[in-house]
Structures are given as C-alpha cells and as structure tokens.
Design a protein around this ligand. Structure first.
Ligand code: FES
Length: 446
C-alpha cells in the first residue's frame, strides 16, 4: 500500500457496492437535450485546462481555449500571475484573438479598442462620444477564476465553483511525487472524432478492453485483473494502477525479445540471471525499484526524487472528472482530453499531449503514444480529423489510434433499440461511477 492508496477518501474502484446502479443509457451519447444539460450544469461549473504554464513564460504570453461556443484567454501578467478573461470585446462582443500568441495589448479588430493584458481598456476611438464618459481606464474585460496545478493552467466559468484544489481533491496530494510542471510537451494533437465526448472518459476508466484492442500492451504493462488496483474518489476521479512488468498470463513466444529485458539492462540488471520468466518478472520488478532508488541521481533522473515505490515502476492511468485523463508513467505524462463539439453531441475533439520528464543527456524521448520525439517543447498543436484513421497516418498502430478506431462503432451502437444499459464487469465499476457523478452534477447534487 502506498501513501496515495491509503488516502482516506479512496474507494475501491472494483467494488460495485460503491455504485447506485444508475443506467448508462444510449441517449446520453446522442441527445441534444442531454448535451444542453451538460453545458448548463457541468461544463459551466467545472475547471477546464486552458494550456501549459510553459506557454506563459513572459508577460503578455497568452493561450486561447475554445470550448464549444465559448472562448477564454489566459494571459501572463507582469508580476508573473495569470489572469483569465472571456475572449469577447466589451464594446460589441467581437472575439479579440483567434489563437495563442504574445501581445503587449489586445487590439480589437472591429473598432480598434485596445485592452491591456490586465483586462483594462486602454484606448477607444472618439472617447468623448460616449454618453457615460470616456470608458478608458474604467471598462474591463469580463474575468474568470484562474489557477494552476501540475504545470497546467485551469479556469472555471463559475464564480461559485469550489477552488481548483477542492475540485481535484485528493489528486493533488496523491500525485505530489511527480514534478509535473517540469514535463516537456513533445507531441501535441487535437483530433476530431465522430463520437460523443464520453466515449473517451469511459474508455480510459477501464482496462478491460486492453487485451482485445491493444494486444501489444500486456507484455509491457501487466493487465491481469488481480494485479491491477482500481481507485476512485468521491469527486468522480479514478485511476487504474498497473505494474509496468509483463503479465504472467501473456508471455511472448520463446525467442521474441522482451521490452522488460531492455528496461532491466538499462538499470544494470541482467535479465538472464533469473531462473525463470516468473522470477524475472516478479523479482526483476522489485530489483528495478531498488536500482532506480540507487542510481537515479547519477543517471540524471531527477524527477524520481519524490516518487514513491509504485510511481517509480508503475502505470497510474488517471481520469480527472469529467474529461481529463493523465497517464502517469515513470518517465512520461500523457494528457488526454475529450471536449464536446459545439453543435453535435455525436462528435468531439480529442486532445493528445505527450509529455516527458527531461533526463540529463537525453535528446530524444519515447512519447509513449506518438513514438520517438525530440526532447523539446512543440511549438503548436496539430489539428486533424480522424476520418476513419486516414487523417492521422503517423499514429497507426499506436494505443490511442487503436482506441480511436473503436469510437464510431460504439457511438453507432448507442442508437440501437437493443441497447439499454451496460453490463459491466467489476473492474469496469468506474465507468458507471463517472456517469453517476455526472448525474449528480446534472441534477444539482454536486
Ligand atoms: Fe471591439 Fe468594437 S467590438 S472595438
């Protein structure tokens, strides 16, 4: 048991007794009325990620986050703080900026008003012509609450929402061992998918699909149901913790080189000195923890300093309610997010940010979901349409690509008169749990 798993709020995410049993009906994935309820009671009340703090290093650096029909600017201030504003000119509503950049001030393209990065109006044409007097120095852009955690910039549209720390609780305690703000974004995609946004959250709330959809994973990350741990927390957050060692029930054919052997060698452990595959897997995994503890500093793995034993060698695949997933791996963070399409509940945008912890002397990293990448911040996001897989050929064979190929089929099935509710295994308990917390929001219980 780790520090994290002992958190008093942790619930067993494999125990259906922690559920009410709310049905996961098909209309949740296609009904416009349901999507409107989500906007009214969920999206306008939660905290959203606008970008990375690494994008806001200098005063005037800003990120734009478009969410459905809303648009928000988060901009770095002279004192190093970050302010968030609606991306809407207070003169006549014009959208001020279209994409993230850096400015000395925001110049409205319609009538030329100029807004300071602190949100205060600096210039208006013909200021004497306003019946109420010169608006400069008085009028301000409409502000939102903004905060940071994990190197991410967050905002909420709800003035009454609980703080970011409360919204995420207890994730901030649970993941304090990872120096998340040091992680470098090495791959950055936004992919249009023909499915409801909840496909992504559902999919990341269980690993039951892995053997079928991702057969390459079990020899790398142990997928055995009884060696995984499923945690969930009252705010709707949850995670699957799996050792990054081969599943004993998914052995590669004799003679096929094993990825785990390579990892052991990397940490000066001879994979051939174990008497059996089972011993190598189980004892090697313990030896790996010990070797990392011993060698991290001299090898430049400075991000290991505060990690616990579990974090040093395991995969902590974590859904932050309702739509952010972070895969915590010893050397990588993979950020996934789905956001609804502004007009069509049967479409969504899927964000994939691959981040790596820098290691001294490394120039390239395995981005886990997008292949090897240079260890450097990518400048801009790649916008793609999945288009049956044709829109993103460079990800063919990757785990996320395999997930995306399933999205349309499940969306189609949600329309069937033959589907009325999911029939879940215990290890999929978190799928229903997320829907129950969503219902709490929609019905005003949260
Ligand atoms: Fe912005 Fe008129 S709408 S200056």
């Amino acid at each position: 048991m780790t520090e994290a798993s002992r958190h008093p709020l942790t619930l067993d995410g494999r125990d259906p007794a922690n559920l009410r049993g709310d049905p996961i009906t098909g209309d949740r994935y296609w009904s416009r009325e349901f999507a409107q309820k989500e906007w009214d009671h969920l999206w306008t009340r939660i905290w959203h990620v606008a970008g990375r703090t690494a994008e806001l290093r200098e005063p005037g650096d800003f990120v734009v986050h478009n969410f459905m029909k809303e648009s928000v600017i988060c901009v770095a201030q002279v004192d190093g703080s970050i302010k968030a504003f609606y991306n809407s000119c207070q003169h006549r509503g014009m959208r001020l900026v279209e994409q993230s950049s850096s400015v000395a001030a925001f110049n409205c393209p319609y009538h030329g008003w100029r807004w300071g990065t602190d949100g205060v109006l600096q210039f208006a044409q013909d200021p004497h012509d306003f019946p109420g007097g010169d608006p400069c120095g008085k009028l301000k852009l409409k502000k939102l609450r903004c905060d940071t955690w994990g190197g991410f910039v967050w905002y909420t549209m709800d003035d009454q929402a609980p703080s970011l720390a409360k919204f995420l609780h207890p994730m901030i305690d649970v993941f304090k061992g990872y120096p998340m703000d040091t992680a470098v974004r090495v791959a950055w995609y936004r992919i249009a998918l023909n499915t409801n946004w909840k496909f992504v959250t559902d999919n990341f709330s269980e690993s039951y699909h892995t053997r079928t959809a991702h057969p390459q994973v079990p020899p790398w990350i142990d997928q055995d149901v009884d060696t995984s741990r499923h945690d969930m927390w009252p705010g709707g957050h949850g995670r699957t913790v799996q050792p990054m060692r081969p599943s004993l029930s998914d052995r590669l054919p004799e003679g096929v080189p094993h990825f785990f052997d390579e990892i052991l060698r990397q940490w000066d452990i001879d994979p051939d000195h174990y008497a059996s595959f089972e011993e190598k897997t189980m004892q090697g995994w313990l030896d790996l923890k010990a070797a990392k503890r011993r060698l991290w500093k001299e090898r430049g793995y400075l991000h290991y300093e505060q990690m616990d034993d579990e974090q040093l060698t395991d995969s902590l695949h974590t859904v932050m309610f309702p739509n952010v997933t972070i895969s915590f791996l010893p050397d990588n963070l993979v950020f996934f997010r789905s956001e609804p399409h502004p007009d069509d509940p049967e479409k969504c945008y899927f964000d994939l940010w691959c981040m790596a912890f820098p290691v001294a002397g490394q120039t390239t990293v395995d981005s886990i979901m997008a292949g090897p990448k240079p260890l450097a911040e990518v400048e801009s996001c790649e916008h793609r349409d999945f288009d049956g897989g044709r829109g993103i050929p460079e990800l063919v064979g990757q785990i996320v690509y395999q997930d995306m190929t399933l999205a349309e089929g499940q969306q189609a099935g949600m329309h069937s008169r033959g589907y009325s509710d999911a029939h879940l295994s215990a290890q999929e308990t978190r799928v229903r749990f997320v829907h129950e917390v969503l219902n709490d929001y929609l019905e005003g219980g949260k």
